[in-house]
Write a protein that binds this ligand. Structure first.
Ligand code: SF4
Length: 279
């Protein structure tokens, strides 16, 4: 059932929903049914906070203002289980307010970072989404054009080199260990090759407990108690970024600190296997 309604009287916050099934029981209660095929079964608390069916209830009440009782029913088919929830007038008021403010937030946003989820399979904008548009672009290509598409060539080359890099890294580590063994055994510091030489050095280094070692807190306390902390500590800029991004300090202090901060572009290239449905 197609439901079109507004959250407000000025028609500013318009909504559209499709109810799987609406029924009426003998005592006049309306039931809004939703059929889920998901392999995840939420708890009662999640059902009581679910936005979708709460909004359907608002739509039904707008369409038939004389309806008094509404029951929200989810049918989790994979579990053969029903979840039922009721909304108080206060819960409905709060849902209207939070949805209106969410709509305001979305409408005022200038940046729309992609947020991948199970809903991507129903998304109508794969040709615009930076996470999907290359899939969309190359899916329609015949095999000969697909393999010559520049992005496909680069991704394949990158994957090939990364595999070789991993193999080389593990081989390199084995050879390194073998050279160290050889140098110890033969008591040499330089090992000669055909047109190369490998210099080996053995040294002893003083080490203190690392951040995750049990004794570390004790050591920190010893140095702090001695009043020497300032001589061995320095600013943790990663922690500072996290504090600023989460706004954990006062605005004045964050503004002052931000006077020293700058935005730099960073890049990440991460390789992973295609999921079956992406092939
Ligand atoms: S495919 Fe659609 S829903 Fe998924 S991240 Fe991209 S824009 Fe968002």
């Amino acid at each position: 059932m197609n439901l079109i309604f507004s959250l407000d009287d000025d028609n500013k916050y318009r909504m559209r929903g499709y109810i799987d099934r609406l029924s009426r029981t003998h005592d006049g209660t309306y039931e809004i049914h939703d059929y889920k095929t998901s392999s995840y079964l939420p708890g009662q608390e999640e059902a009581d906070k679910d936005r979708q069916l709460g909004l359907y209830q608002i739509g039904v009440q707008k369409k038939w203002p004389d309806v008094e009782n509404i029951r929200l029913v989810w049918h989790y088919l994979a579990f053969d289980k029903e979840l039922v929830s009721y909304r108080t007038p206060e819960a409905i008021t709060s849902l209207v307010e939070s949805t209106e403010s969410l709509i305001d937030e979305i409408e005022s946003a200038g940046d729309f970072p992609p947020n991948e989820s199970r809903l991507c399979d129903w998304c109508e904008y794969p040709d615009l989404c930076p996470r999907r548009k290359h899939f969309y672009k190359v899916e329609a290509l015949p095999a000969n054009e697909y393999l010559n598409e520049p992005g496909v060539i680069l991704a394949n080359k990158y994957a090939e080199l990364k595999i070789r890099e991993a193999e080389t890294k593990s081989e390199l580590e084995k050879v390194r260990e073998a050279i160290l063994d050889y140098a110890r055994r033969e008591e040499v510091e330089v090992v000669k090759g055909s047109d190369c030489k490998v210099r080996v050095a053995f040294d002893e280094k003083l080490k203190f407990p690392g951040k995750s070692d049990a004794e570390r807190l004790e050591l920190d306390a010893v140095i702090k108690d001695a009043g020497k902390w300032g001589e061995v500590s320095e600013l943790d800029t990663t922690a500072l970024v996290s504090i600023v991004e989460k706004g954990l300090w006062t605005k004045d202090l964050i503004d002052t600190v931000m006077g020293y901060g700058r935005i730099e572009e960073t890049s990440t290239v991460r390789l992973s296997k295609l999921k079956d449905e992406e092939k």
